[in-house]
Ligand binder design. Structure first.
Ligand SMILES: Cc1ncc(COP(=O)(O)O)c(C=O)c1O
Length: 702
């Protein structure tokens, strides 16, 4: 911490802004990183940010994304990074080094262990882009004890209240993101920068320096920013240079660029680096946790508690997204307390075809030879799945918030179709992000979305072997949203994502369970079903089906996850059964990840279940044992697909076919005179072509 303070004091004395340079650790190769750090120092860099590669960077542009992917291929993990810093220090690196990245790899490594090892490796602090305020304060206090610094980030969208709070936790400098959007070198700087900085300086009372990053590229940019800020951060341009440089020349190019951009001479740069001793962080005496003090000053949002489902949930997003999540939360709270909003939703019942029917599946019951099986027919909804319930609620909410443009992610394409349908109906611009692999396997839905007047953006997989699935679509939708939060609403389709999305999606989907409960009780003279089942991808149809039965302890809640090729070989999507607690797409929940906190690839025959995370509320129901989760693999699902078609004359979506397979097992276990209701989340028209290709190999011969 002291070393960084010293940098800014020296720069001030020399009448210049500090140059802060970024490189992703291990890009382009592991061997070059210490060399690049030394080249930055010789080029006049005052502070170095070493990027922690992560599989799913939420608001990084293509340049940093690619460098992350390459670094991961190169095997870079936190221990490799610490070794790089140690090596660079041995070779004469004296400038402070900050580790910068997303929280999940840090969390997986273990904060305590990391801070200790950073201290001895010669790391000086952290920039963690997606830590929510309450955790940032805790982390900062732990850093402080070890003599390390934690740098908060502010963005143009940061409100005064948050700005005050973030500036108050800064102990060395504040990182100011110059523009809304993803990282990346740009041609022009944001015109509002001066005003943003004067707000920062107001809240730091001039006592904590501010360094501006995002988009800085040329000498002219540097000079402009240096005239109003105490530091200038350059990242993407350096990564571009490294990408362009002939093999083995990257470090030299970086040095030349740093000298040029900062306008410093090599002599001055060497002199100031020599003037510094390698900065070793020193343990400080324990400081009180500042959270309670901040809470009493009303600095944190009132939603800290309601944003969580036990240990799950929260808002692990870059600062730029915080304000619009607050706007969404306020808008949703107001709308849900307003009876006219619910009247408006109900006025679309004939359009969406609600209530959906509850159908007793007699021949399927006979086949299973156990409990009676019932089907809640969400497949009969307009557009063919449960997705329309949530899309309707969110699109109407977006309209209330004055948004004119809608974006959405989609896996199986059903959420894309439902969203595009409502945008057509209400005259809103619509863009749907879909993994490139899903675009192939759900071609019919891609055509439907386009026919409805929306644009489909295929998103390639970011890592080797990944064709591009729901996870990639979510990443790209977030990256697009952050460029235009004012006019755009991101209609997340499942019960995942940062607060308030899981609550919003579950609220709009609860119509499934509410109707099931009253329809079933009416049919069965007040009895409740013994079990309700739903397939689980992100968890929206399950959350909507289960929530109204939560307080009925006699009703078993059973989620069916995608077992893929079979859960033992790693190609599956059984996040609740086989995942561990982590952070993905802005939320703490169960995640399929490796020991280093990198998200792993999933597989399922059904695009809609092919996702490595799950809604936080489902995670909490698993932990409290209120719900249990079983798996149906690809073959089970294909069997279920044919079984429902041939016993009931209903072709289910491949996603719902997992629930059918699971229900046959549960019905057998429960035995006669019991009742099981399946949420038949969608119909299978979209899957028929795909299944036709696979049937000869995968369907069991009978
Ligand atoms: C028909 C259908 N059912 C279920 C799902 C899984 O999503 P969730 O778990 O959010 O209900 C999907 C996803 O696309 C789907 O299309």
């Amino acid at each position: 911490m002291e070393a960084i303070k010293q940098v800014f004091t020296t720069c001030k004395a020399e009448g210049r802004a500090a140059l802060v340079t970024y490189v992703t650790a291990g890009f382009p190769t592991v061997e070059e990183t210490p060399e690049i750090m030394l080249a930055m120092q010789s080029g006049g860099s005052d502070i170095i940010e070493l990027g922690i590669p992560f599989t799913d960077p939420l608001t990084d542009g293509p340049t940093i994304q690619k460098s992350n992917a390459q670094a991961l291929i190169n095997g870079v993990r936190i221990p490799t990074m610490l070794q790089m810093v140690q090596d660079a220090r041995k070779l004469g690196l004296t400038v402070p080094v900050l580790l910068m990245g997303y929280y999940n790899p840090v969390r997986a490594y273990g904060e305590e262990k990391l801070l200790k090892e950073c201290q001895s490796a010669g790391v000086n602090g952290f920039i963690i882009v997606d830590l929510p305020p309450e955790e940032a304060v805790r982390f900062r206090d732990h850093c402080k004890v070890k003599g390390l610094t934690y740098i908060p980030i502010v963005a143009p969208s940061t409100t005064d209240t948050r700005m005050e709070m973030l500036c108050s936790i800064a102990d060395s400098f504040v990182y100011v993101a110059s523009k809304m959007g993803v990282t990346g070198a740009t041609k022009t700087l944001d015109t509002g920068l001066e005003q943003l900085l004067s707000r920062v300086h107001h809240y730091t009372k001039g006592s904590v320096p501010a360094a501006v990053g995002f988009g800085i590229n040329t000498r002219e940019h540097f000079s402009t920013v240096a005239s109003i800020a105490e530091g200038v951060v350059i990242g993407s341009r350096i990564i571009e240079l490294l990408q362009e440089a002939p093999k083995g020349t990257g470090a030299e190019k970086v040095k030349e660029y740093c000298l040029h951009v900062s306008g410093r001479s090599a002599h001055c740069a060497i002199k100031s680096a020599q003037g510094q001793k390698p900065s070793i962080a020193k343990t400080e005496k324990n400081e009180p946790d500042q959270l309670s003090a901040m809470k009493s000053q009303n600095h944190t949002t009132s939603s800290d508690d309601i944003a969580r489902f036990g240990q799950f949930g929260g808002q692990y997003v870059p600062e730029a997204l915080m304000e619009c999540l607050t706007e969404l939360e306020d808008g949703f709270n107001k709308a849900s307390a307003d009876p006219t909003f619910w009247e408006e939703i109900r006025s679309y019942a004939s359009y969406t075809n609600r209530p959906s029917s509850l159908h007793q599946a007699s021949r399927l019951t006979e086949y299973a030879g156990g409990a009676r099986i019932w089907l809640k027919r969400e497949d009969l909804n307009h557009t063919g799945s449960h997705r329309i319930n949530n899309a309707l609620g969110q699109v109407l909410l977006a309209r209330r918030l004055g948004k004119t443009s809608i974006i959405a992610e989609t896996g199986a394409g059903q959420h894309g179709v439902a969203t595009a349908t409502l945008c057509a109906l209400l005259g809103l611009k619509c863009t749907i992000f879909m993994g490139a692999e899903d675009v192939e396997r759900q071609a019919l839905n891609v055509f439907r979305i386009k026919l409805l007047g929306a644009t489909v953006i295929p998103v390639p997989g970011a890592h080797p072997g990944d064709g591009g699935t729901l996870r990639d679509a979510v990443n790209q939708a977030f990256r697009t949203w952050v460029t235009d939060l004012k006019t755009t609403h991101f209609v997340i389709g499942s019960a995942f994502g940062p607060h308030p999305y899981p609550t919003i999606v579950r609220t709009f989907q609860s119509v499934i369970g509410e109707e099931t409960r009253s329809q079933f009780m009416q049919e069965m003279n007040g009895k409740l079903p013994d079990a309700v089942l739903a397939c689980v991808g992100g968890g929206s149809n399950a959350a909507g089906m289960f929530y109204p039965f939560l307080k009925d302890p006699s009703v078993q809640l059973v989620g069916v996850e995608a077992g893929g090729d079979g859960t033992s070989n790693g190609r599956h999507a059984t996040t609740l059964a086989r995942g561990s607690v982590g952070v993905l797409h802005g939320v703490r929940t169960y995640v399929l990840q490796d020991d280093d906190g990198q998200i792993i690839s999933t597989h399922s025959v059904s695009a809609g279940l092919d996702y490595p995370g799950v809604g936080p509320e489902l995670a909490s129901w698993k932990d409290s044992n209120r719900a249990r989760f079983i798996a149906a693999d690809d073959k089970d699902a294909l069997d279920g697909f044919r079984l429902l078609s041939q016993t009931e004359g209903i072709i289910p979506a491949l996603e719902s076919a997992h629930a059918v397979a699971g229900a046959v097992r549960v019905a057998k276990d429960l035995g006669p005179d019991k009742d099981v209701v399946i949420c038949l989340s969608g119909r299978g028209d979209k899957d028929v072509q795909q299944v036709a290709k696979m049937m000869p190999n995968l369907m069991s011969a009978e």
